[in-house]
Design a protein around this ligand. Sequence first.
Ligand code: NIG
Ligand code: FE
Length: 408
Amino acid sequence: MDRVPPVSIALWHRCSVATMARGSPYGLVEDAALVVEDGRIAWLGPRAALPAEWDAQAQARHDCGGALITPGLIDCHTHLVYGGDRAHEFELRLNGASYEDIARAGGGIASTVRATRAASEDELLEQSRVRLRALKAEGVTTVEIKSGYGLSLAEERKCLRVARRLGQEEGVAVRTTFLGAHALPPEFAGRADDYITEVLNMLPALHGEGLVDAVDAFCERIAFSPEQTARVFEAASSLALPVKLHAEQLSDSGGAALAARYGALSCDHLEWLSEEGARAMAAANSVAVLLPGAFYFLRETRLPPVDLLRSQGVPIAVSTDCNPGSSPCTSLLLMLNMACTLFRLTPEEALAGVTRAAARALGLTDRGTLAPGQRADFVLWDVARPAQLCYAIGANPRRQTVAGGLAA
Ligand code: NIG
Ligand code: FE
């Protein structure tokens, strides 16, 4: 006879829940109860309305002692698998060099490519694990990890394998993004079109190994042109892989409108986004991923056009952009604060940016809000109101994380 797996039903109560569902501010339910069955939310609402059957069936009861519960946080744009660091370039910038000067002189992304290639898969895993654990410690339950510091088939494979292994070993949901078109590797100097041909060879191989959930590119004057980006997107589309784009970070090259033509899940950075680009994103349902860490660390002065995104109804996500060059950041809570102070998002917009909108930026519909049927990914915080998560600088009021219904 087949064994039936045990049904696990847990009740969480004495909490308020910022469901992040639309309708009321933060989708807040005060004095709430939440029922988790087999890793999914089975019921959620005011404690007083909890049906007696759920109460009776609960095998575990968790008294949350007045905690605030939010969806598990989602960091939807990271480059957290890399070797070495770029503290020396930070010093160069403080002595007057610009990010673009350093990149053109063979530093920047290229210097991280050297350090990443020099690391074994296991060394890279351990260096990257530290960063993932820092994100986890602040309630991150889903993280996107891009490749893009390997820039050859074997090295990109190594980075993507590390990303997958981290997800398995750390109990975090990892979505991988192939960013082969991140920078020109030295062996292709002066031959960008040939390198894109090589990227097109890498993609089906890596996809065939189950290492690719989405495809990204860096469309910028120091990286790849719109035409080269389009070649990468054509290849992704032919494999039915969704695309994303580093667009309009340092200049307006029309990347967002291009990405929208391929139905991009998201366009990211966007400080130089035009009205035409925003309209195209709205029509394509693309999410705008704002990265206040990179804006801050590169001391940018041009703000992403938040009012334009709002008026066009483009969903706004917020992420760390964790990477060694433009945002050596492993705190999504700090990004909440910076999204508010630097970009003037409201705390509710910022929190939606690391939950509901971040899930959309990854094409995930089973998380980012708390409602029956959704994954039971949530965080208990020692705060009374959601805005406190955005307000504090350097605090970490996380009490407990639950991922897929299990304590994480
Ligand atoms: O998102 N813009 C391109 N990629 C990264 C920076 C990578 C680096 O400098 O290492 C970013 O800012
Ligand atoms: Fe990035």
